[in-house]
Design a protein. Structure first.
Length: 426
């Protein structure tokens, strides 16, 4: 049993429009309440337990309804912002300066593969006279794949980003028809996509695998086919890359308050990897051509396959991420405008931004010991490269003799391959 005074406080605390009038009974000298909704009284001027529960439930329902109303208004506001941004997408506000730079680099790499394909397929009989040579078809395949990627971004960027905005902002378009292929794609995107929870593990695995491949190419191809000064430049690029990665992880581990890899730090790491891949795609082959050395198609593929594959996936990821970052900024800007009009803080109305949520989730699945392992392995690889350069310079005369024998063998293999291709054409 509660008193009428407590009932009045309870109802008023829940913001009820119904007023509970308090008066003192002159006969019992006790407080009673009167209302159109609550007239059942006990002898001592208090409500019984059933009426008390009804009052409380009524107040709770009113609070829930207010929260639903507030949530629906916020959702409608988010939908309006989302639709406004989706309807005003342009090349300028979606690509931005970084997006245009990345797209033109993608076109440049595509042109490079076209030229490389023609160099290995062209002869006096036509542009594709040597297409039957071993492994030459792989150059044509890489060129076709890159051309399709260039055309896809030129044609489909607007419709793709509109559907992405409607999937990730607002409350509509949430009902989806599921099938096996879409479920697999969604599972991969949520776990190993650029913003997936395990992407930092995927990025680290790619970097380790890339370091192993580049070191193998350094030992088996570059040191034998290029002058020592050029190999020093190649090693210097690898040392700078791994050194910057070591410094970045050291800063995150021991000089950052949160200890988290931010989205911008992750994107900068990807951009640095892209430029290193671009360097290893172009520079070694350019130097080999400059010194008038020839390579069989299989050795050339060994040089370009991993940088080409890595650039293909990273161009796609970074262009999408650039689009999403620019759209996130537009969404946040519109939310700031709405919050200012309502004299509210943006986070109190719309919560944390999407990049903050991504940062928190990815670092949750990439613990501190993994960051320490990446930092230690990068430092070890940096030391290995320095030792390799020093030892190669110390044993340069003996290494040149061995490399000359290997180079002669490669030239003989290439000559026999060309003769076999000409016989097949005849």
């Amino acid at each position: 049993m509660i008193s009428a005074k407590e009932v009045e406080i309870c109802v008023a605390g829940h913001g009820e429009e119904t007023t509970i009038k308090e008066y003192r009974n002159p006969w019992t000298n006790k407080e009673n309440v009167s209302s159109g909704s609550f007239e059942t009284m006990t002898g001592n001027g208090s409500l019984n337990m059933g009426e008390t529960n009804r009052v409380r439930n009524h107040g709770e329902e009113a609070t829930i309804n207010k929260k639903k109303t507030k949530r629906s208004r916020t959702s409608e506001n988010e939908n309006d912002i989302r639709d406004h941004v989706a309807d005003n997408l342009t090349c300028r506000n979606t690509f931005g300066c970084r997006g245009f730079t990345l797209y033109f680099l993608l076109v440049f790499v595509n042109v490079f593969f076209v030229i490389l394909t023609l160099l290995y397929t062209r002869n006096h009989k036509g542009l594709f006279g040597l297409i039957s040579r071993p492994w030459v078809w792989a150059f044509l395949l890489i060129t076709i794949v890159y051309t399709l990627e260039v055309l896809w971004f030129a044609i489909r960027w607007r419709s793709y980003m509109k559907s992405w905005i409607k999937r990730n902002f607002g409350t509509r378009y949430k009902i989806k028809k599921h099938n096996l292929i879409k479920d697999i794609r969604s599972m991969y995107r949520n776990n190993f996509g650029l913003n997936g929870r395990f992407y930092l593990w995927k990025l680290t695995g790619y970097e380790v695998f890339e370091n192993l491949i580049q070191y193998n190419n350094l030992r088996s191809i570059f040191l034998c086919n290029l002058p020592y000064e050029i190999t020093v430049v190649i090693c210097l690029i690898l040392i700078i890359e791994t050194g910057l990665r070591t410094l970045s992880y050291s800063k995150i581990l021991w000089f950052s308050k949160s200890g988290n890899i931010r989205v911008i730090d992750r994107d900068l790491q990807i951009m640095m990897d892209m430029f290193v891949d671009l360097f290893f795609l172009l520079f070694p082959l350019a130097m080999i051509q400059w010194y008038q050395m020839s390579l069989v198609p299989l050795v050339t593929l060994q040089i370009i396959t991993w940088p080409g594959y890595s650039l293909f996936s990273k161009f796609r990821f970074t262009l999408f991420q650039t689009f999403r970052t620019n759209i996130d900024e537009q969404i946040v800007l519109e939310q700031e405008k709405q919050s200012t009009r309502k004299l509210r803080n943006r986070k109190s109305l719309y919560g944390t931004s999407r990049p903050e949520k991504i940062e928190k989730e990815q670092n949750k699945y990439f613990p501190r010991w993994a960051k320490i392992a990446v930092c230690g392995s990068s430092f070890t690889y940096c030391i290995l490269l320095i030792v390799t350069v020093v030892l190669q310079g110390h044993s340069l005369p003996r290494a040149n003799t061995l490399c000359n024998v290997i180079r002669l063998y490669v030239i003989m293999m290439e000559g026999s391959a060309k003769n076999k291709g000409d016989e097949n054409l005849n």
